[in-house]
Design a protein around this ligand. Structure first.
Ligand code: NAP
Length: 340
């Protein structure tokens, strides 16, 4: 491994992760054509560079199968004793409906078998509709499965602060919540981060690089038309930039980030990830990986080679203060998935 110790953190005493997780939504379609063989081979490049933690989901196309294939090949190359180095965090995103023990158990069994593990390291649970309190039933069943050894730790994704508190009040121990968090979308710091800090919950963030918009590639560029944005991720976060303050303000942000990046001899993306990693309650930033299509392994290693100082932050803040308050525009974490 080539990365410093600061690249790693324990989100629980028995679960150490790389603070940059490899996001696998990008293998699910809509991000370029993925060849399974080269994708799995590419997973070794990430792992060998120290990026040993994966974020995936039951509905990210072949992602769980890729983890299964990667583990099988890893076993052949490195032996069983090194298998625990691989951390793979999946999600369960159930269709709305009654949450029986059978439904929950079957979903967990499917992920276990696709990923080729006896126990899920972390199961991140998503819920579409808060008017249906069935999320508590689902979590109770997941809690039972955890006690039966099928899940190491329970986690959430896209839950808001109000429901995360209700879950905690029901005595269900959650170790992390995965939410959108970036220089553009700072909603988590309004309520969620404080709640997490007070309750020993870590934040894992996505959208931190805005699908790649937060990079030199878009600095000084005129506003891209939707048809010019080649991935689902770019289109998703271009919408977020529009809601936040629009392309001219985003260009101001990129210009300031470039100035800071040049000072530290790193990239705009490095500044974006470092900024979020330094925020309260944040354990890790998930960076999407288009396996076999493009990769930024060497570039992202540099996140752990510098620190932002107060003069950097004082350059960024005046730009951010001109934006709209996304808490007002969208709502708390995850509310973008629950708009009428
Ligand atoms: N829970 C949820 O609802 C949810 C929602 C969305 C995403 N996620 C998770 O978060 C992951 C991240 O996805 P995202 O959509 O948020 O994308 P993202 O991480 O904001 O952007 C990923 C893209 O950023 C570019 N990039 C990465 N490192 C770079 C660097 N050092 N310099 C320049 N560009 C760089 C790459 O673009 P190129 O490939 O074009 O080079 C990459 O494809 C997903 O895979 C998934 O695991 C979760």
């Amino acid at each position: 491994m080539t990365m410093p110790a600061s690249s790693r953190v324990e989100i629980t005493p028995d679960l150490e992760i790389c603070r940059i997780l490899n996001g696998m939504w990008q293998v699910s379609g809509g991000h370029g054509s993925i060849d399974p063989k080269s994708a799995v081979e590419e997973m070794f490049s990430y792992h060998e560079a120290g990026f040993t933690t994966w974020d995936l989901a039951d509905h990210y196309g072949p992602a769980e199968d890729f983890v299964g294939a990667f583990r099988r090949e890893f076993l052949i190359r490195y032996g069983a004793e090194r298998l625990p180095e691989i951390r793979a965090f999946t999600k369960w995103v159930p269709h709305p409906g009654r949450m029986t023990r059978r439904i929950v158990e079957d979903a967990v069994a499917l992920s276990l078998s696709r990923m080729g593990v006896d126990r899920l390291d972390l199961l991140q649970f998503h819920w579409w509709d808060y008017t249906d309190p069935g999320y508590l039933d689902a979590l109770r069943h997941l809690d039972d499965l955890q006690h039966e050894g099928k899940i190491r730790h329970l986690a959430l994704t896209n839950f808001d602060t109000e429901r995360a508190r209700i879950i905690a009040d029901h005595g269900i121990r959650i170790v992390s919540n995965q939410v959108q968090y970036s220089l553009v979308d700072r909603r988590p710091e309004k309520r969620m981060a404080g709640f997490c800090r007070d309750n020993g919950i870590s934040l894992l963030t996505y959208g931190t690089l805005l699908g790649g918009l937060l990079s030199e590639k878009y600095l000084g560029r005129s506003e891209p038309a939707r048809s010019e944005l080649g991935t689902a991720s770019l289109r998703k976060y271009k919408n977020m930039i529009d809601a936040w303050g629009g392309w001219p303000l985003f260009q101001q942000l990129l210009a300031v980030l470039k100035q800071i990046a040049d000072k530290h001899e790193v990239s705009i993306a490095n500044i974006g990830v470092r900024y979020i990693l330094d925020r309260p309650a944040v354990a890790g930033v998930i960076v999407g990986a288009r396996l076999g299509v493009s990769q930024h392994i060497a570039g992202n290693t540099r996140v752990f080679a510098f620190a932002l100082d107060s003069s950097d932050l004082s350059l960024i803040e005046p730009v951010l203060s001109q934006s709209r308050d996304l808490m007002q525009v969208i709502g708390d974490c995850g509310d973008e998935y629950r708009q009428p």
